[in-house]
Ligand binder design. Structure first.
Ligand code: SAM
Length: 344
C-alpha cells in the first residue's frame, strides 16, 4: 500500500505534528511487549528477560488514537517480540479501523524476529496489517542459531518469511544488523537470498544500543564498504528514494532482480529527515532512540488525564525532539534503555 503522504494533503488540511526543528512527525513505533523469545548475542546479555511492564491492549489503542488524532499516519508495532503479545491480532483489527486526519487508513506495519510468523502471517493480514519487516542476521542456519541462541530458529524464520509472502504482507523486508568479524561474511549470501526469496534485504549499521558493551566504531560495517562488497559480487544500481524521510539507501542489481537497502545511521546519519517518535511497552514517549529522558504518557493516563490533556502533553513532548544523535562523538552517552527495551 502506498504511504499516506502528508505532502499530498490539501492546503486546508489539519495542522501536522511537528517538532521545534520543523520536522513533521508522522511515524509512530509502539513496543507492545518487552519480552523476547530470542537472545541475539549483539542485542542481549543473555541474562534476564523483560525489564519493563506492558500495558493492556485497550490502553495501547487509546494512546495510539491520540497520536493519530495529531497527524500520525503510520504505526509500526514492535517489541521485545510483538508476536508474543496476546491480543496482537485484535489490536491490528482495531487499528485498521482508524483513519488518519486525512481520512485514509493507517499504514500498519510490524517488526518481528519471524519465529512465530508461520502461524500468524495470515491472521495478521486478514486483520488489516499491511507489511512486516523480519529481522534476520545470517542466511546459514548454524550462524543464525549462534546469534539467536535458539535451536531450530533458522527454519522457523524461513517458514515465517515464506508464510508472510504468501499472505501478501509485501513488500517483505528483511533487516540484517552487520557486525564486523561476526556476520559480515553473510553480505554476499544475503544478496542471493534477496533475489531467490523475492524479499528486500536491508543491512543496518550496528548502533550503540546493546544491553552489554560491544559497540566500537570499528565493529560497524559502513554503507560504503557494504556497497563495495556487493558490487564486487554483482553490479549494483542505486534506486531513487521514495520519500524524504526514507531511512534506507536503495539498490537493485544490474539485471533488475532483487532489492537491497542500506540503513546507515552511524556513517550517514539521517536525523534531519527523522519523522519518528516511539512509545515504549510501558507507555513512555521517546523522541529519539538516543534520548536521555523519557516522557511518561501512560503515567498521566493512569492518573486520570483527559484526552485533551494527553494530546497537549504529546504536542509539548514532540516539540522537544532532539535535533540529532551524537554516536561516535566525545561525551556520547548511551541511552538508559537498550534497543530491545525501547522498541526497534
Ligand atoms: N523482536 C523484533 C525483531 O527481532 O525485529 C523487534 C525488536 S528488535 C530489538 C528490532 C530490531 O533492532 C532488530 O532488527 C534488531 O536486529 C535491531 N537491533 C537490535 N540491537 C541493535 C543495535 N544495537 N543496532 C542496530 N540495530 C539493532
Amino acid at each position: 500500500m502506498a504511504a499516506s503522504s502528508p505532502t499530498a494533503s490539501p492546503v486546508t488540511s489539519p495542522a501536522r505534528l511537528t517538532d521545534s526543528h520543523g520536522r513533521v512527525i508522522h511515524d509512530l513505533r509502539v513496543s507492545i511487549t518487552d519480552r523476547c523469545n530470542y537472545k541475539c548475542v549483539y542485542c542481549r546479555t543473555g541474562e534476564g528477560g523483560a525489564q519493563y511492564p506492558e500495558l493492556g491492549i485497550d490502553e495501547y489503542l487509546r494512546l495510539i488514537k491520540l497520536f493519530v488524532g495529531l497527524g500520525v499516519t503510520k504505526v509500526r508495532l514492535t517489541g521485545g517480540e510483538p508476536l508474543l503479545r496476546r491480543g496482537l491480532v485484535d489490536l491490528v483489527k482495531e487499528l485498521s479501523r482508524l483513519r488518519t486526519l486525512w481520512g485514509e487508513p493507517l499504514e500498519l506495519a510490524l517488526t518481528t524476529n519471524g519465529h512465530l510468523l508461520d502461524e500468524l502471517a495470515a491472521p495478521l493480514k486478514a486483520a488489516g496489517l499491511n507489511r512486516v519487516t523480519v529481522s534476520m542476521d545470517a542466511v546459514d542456519a548454524p550462524t543464525f542459531e549462534k546469534i539467536t541462541r535458539v535451536p531450530g530458529s533458522f527454519e522457523a524464520v524461513l517458514a515465517g518469511i515464506r508464510a508472510a509472502r504468501e499472505a501478501g504482507l509485501t513488500p517483505l523486508k528483511i533487516n540484517c544488523v552487520l557486525l564486523r568479524g561476526f556476520n559480515d561474511d553473510q553480505i554476499e549470501g544475503f544478496a542471493q537470498f534477496a533475489r531467490q526469496e523475492d524479499v528486500v534485504v536491508r543491512f543496518i549499521e550496528f548502533m550503540p544500543l546493546e544491553e552489554g558493551r560491544l559497540w566500537t566504531p570499528e565493529i560497524v560495517v559502513p554503507l560504503k564498504e557494504i556497497v563495495e562488497r556487493l558490487s564486487r559480487a554483482l553490479p549494483l544500481v542505486e534506486m531513487p528514494p521514495r520519500d524524504a524521510s526514507e531511512t534506507a539507501r536503495r539498490y537493485t542489481f544490474a539485471d533488475g532482480v532483487g532489492e537491497i537497502g542500506i540503513i546507515a545511521p552511524v556513517s550517514e546519519a539521517f536525523c534531519g529527515a527523522c519523522s519518528r517518535v516511539r512509545l515504549t511497552s510501558d507507555g513512555k514517549i521517546r523522541t529519539c532512540l538516543f534520548s536521555q529522558v523519557e516522557h511518561d504518557l501512560y503515567g498521566r493516563l493512569r492518573s486520570g488525564a483527559s484526552d485533551e490533556e494527553l494530546r497537549a502533553y504529546i504536542l509539548q513532548t514532540v516539540q522537544g525532539k532532539e535535533a540529532r544523535h551524537h554516536i561516535g562523538e566525545p561525551g556520547f552517552l548511551k541511552p538508559s534503555r537498550s534497543m530491545v527495551h525501547i522498541g526497534g
